[in-house]
Write a new protein. Structure first.
Length: 170
């Protein structure tokens, strides 16, 4: 299956994706390190590297699904165009697309995590809390069924919840 994460920066997507990927032995394809790699390679910042990173992630995920393996896509997926991209890719492979939205319902905790994390992605400028609020305003409401995980809950409980949800979908 194709598992697509969604949620604002700092909500906890990559943490959940990583833990779930280890549990399922499934590769995680994250858009942020792909975009940072483009910048390191000399692609200018004014180029549409954000969109390009989604397209590259799709190509990588396509290859994984082509080998008959589950893939986890780790991206904000704020808009319907992005979400539709994963639905189409899964449909081309005849596998389910499952969305896991990650939220942090406590704004103080969310902000602290955003501002205190250090991801070590060379060349990647971290978004500010203000930028995350702007993204929140542009975050499209959902039409399709999804699992929502709140990261005020501990990681292992959320991974267990996600595993149960995925078992029902497989
Ligand atoms: N229960 C939790 N679930 C997920 N992340 C958590 C949790 N508790 C603390 N964090 C921390 O929150 C920060 C942001 O998480 P991250 O996965 O990088 O978010 P995102 O990928 O959505 O931007 C990280 O430093 C992570 O370790
Ligand atoms: Mg992340």
């Amino acid at each position: 299956m194709l598992i697509a994460m969604a949620g604002l920066p700092g909500a906890g997507k990559s943490s959940v994706a990583g833990a779930l990927g280890r549990k399922l032995a499934a590769p995680v394809v994250s858009v942020d390190p792909i975009e940072a790699a483009m910048w390191r390679a000399g692609v200018a910042r004014d180029q549409p590297t954000g969109l390009a990173a989604y397209v590259v992630a799709e190509a990588v995920a396509d290859g994984v699904l082509g080998m008959g393996q589950t893939v986890i896509v780790d991206a904000v997926n704020a808009v319907e165009a992005a979400r539709g991209q994963w639905r189409s890719l899964a449909a081309r492979h005849g596998v389910p697309a499952v969305f896991i939205e990650v939220v942090c319902s406590d704004p103080l905790v969310h902000r602290r995590r955003l501002e205190n994390r250090s991801r070590g992605i060379e060349g990647f400028a971290e978004p500010t809390w203000e930028a995350v609020q702007r993204l929140r305003e542009g975050f499209a409401s959902w039409a399709d069924h999804r699992l929502v995980l709140d990261t005020v809950t501990d990681l292992s409980s959320n991974v267990a919840t996600a595993s149960g949800f995925l078992s029902a979908k497989a």
